[in-house]
Write a protein that binds this ligand. Structure first.
Ligand code: 5GP
Ligand code: ZN
Length: 122
């Protein structure tokens, strides 16, 4: 069975659809990025596919282009959001997966975290 495109009960699907307000960072045909509501650091946004994929554990070869797109986009958005250049600056990309991985929202997302330390977490 194929995954549903959107989950009506999913908070990130609702954010993508504009049903729940968010502070948008970026949007294109495939992905949406918005500021985390509880930032750990001066820069903290979430980059999510528009397609409802529950987690990294549900990805396969058919998501290769999407995941590549997200990985290449993250550094560009990080810099636009104020992360200082590598190597003195930089950022952290985190993809929590499953309960043991600390995932709370079950719609695949990349945390992109950066800015001067100290940070609240991470
Ligand atoms: P996870 O623990 O699943 O990797 O991270 C979920 C993240 O989503 C958390 O950092 C949390 O602060 C963020 N989050 C949860 N609900 C909302 C919301 O309604 N709006 C925004 N902007 N972020 C949210
Ligand atoms: Zn979703």
């Amino acid at each position: 069975m194929t995954e549903p495109q959107h989950d009506p009960n999913c908070i990130f699907c609702k954010i993508i659809a504009g049903q729940i307000p968010s502070k948008k960072v970026y949007e294109d045909e495939h992905v949406f990025a918005f500021h985390d509501i509880h930032p750990w650091a001066p820069v903290h946004f979430l980059l999510v596919p528009k397609l409802h994929i529950p987690s990294m554990a549900q990805t396969g070869p058919e998501q290769q282009a999407l995941l590549g797109h997200m990985m290449v986009l993250a550094p560009k958005l990080a810099q636009e959001q104020g992360c200082e250049p590598y190597p003195e600056g930089g950022f952290r990309i985190v993809v929590n997966t499953g309960t043991h991985g600390g995932q709370e929202v079950h719609h695949l997302h990349m945390h992109v975290i950066g800015g001067p330390r100290p940070w609240l977490k991470g």
